[in-house]
Design a protein around this ligand. Structure first.
Ligand SMILES: [Ca+2]
Ligand SMILES: [Ca+2]
Length: 213
């Protein structure tokens, strides 16, 4: 699935993701004073290689940045909104974030960007965009992006604050994509269509570093 695909609001899919304890989930509608999903722009910078995002370490090869432009129902820019990103694992995938949801505040033009940081796990993740007006407490879901293929050195998505990203358990998961087993994309860190010692070198980089640098 194209990671840059602009996704229209689908209520059925929205029902599958978690909702915050407060605020409203009716992002399909546009209300005065709240960023309008249908008119705002959201995107994630593409992966370095074509097959997937790769999170090997904090300074790893892919450091995707979420970019946004918030406007209201009339198309007017919406400054001073705290935008937070929630990573949600798609079906059959696992995902974790080290330190909660990364965030940024929209500028005078309604623009901003958020480095995604490290995402642990493998498979496919979706992004849920949360918004809160500065000085208020109500949280709104103001957008979604779906279908980002990825892998990481933390194959089992523990995001443990005290252990390295890659333990023997992670390497065991990774090795299930090695011959003679059938090819598994999430074990192929350099996206060359095979899983071998070069990919092992990538996951090995996670043995010396974890969520706490
Ligand atoms: Ca792990
Ligand atoms: Ca490879």
């Amino acid at each position: 699935m194209n990671p840059l695909r602009r996704v229209v609001f689908l209520s059925a899919l929205a029902a599958a993701v978690s909702f915050p304890p407060e605020g409203r989930a009716d992002v399909g509608d546009c209300h005065s004073g709240i960023p309008c999903y249908l008119q705002s722009d959201y995107s994630l910078t593409p992966p370095t290689l074509g097959c997937q995002y790769r999170f090997t370490r904090f300074s790893g090869p892919d450091q995707p940045v979420f970019q946004f432009h918030l406007v209201d129902v009339f198309g007017a820019p919406m400054p001073d909104w705290i935008v937070e990103l929630e990573v949600v694992a798609a079906d059959g995938s696992v995902a974790c974030q080290c330190a909660g949801m990364p965030s940024a505040v929209s500028d005078a033009g309604g623009n901003g960007e958020i480095p995604l940081g490290f995402v642990g796990g493998k498979g496919e993740f979706d992004l849920v965009v949360h918004g809160t007006k500065v000085g208020t407490t109500e949280i709104y879901e103001i957008g979604y992006l779906f279908g980002f293929q990825f892998t990481s050195v933390d194959q089992n998505a523990t995001c443990d604050p005290v252990e390295p990203f890659s333990t023997i358990l992670d390497i065991g998961v990774w090795a299930q994509g090695m011959p003679p087993f059938p090819y598994v994309r999430t074990s192929d860190f350099n996206c060359d269509g095979t899983v071998n010692v070069i990919d092992f070198g990538s996951i090995g980089s996670g043995m010396s570093r974890g969520c706490t640098p």
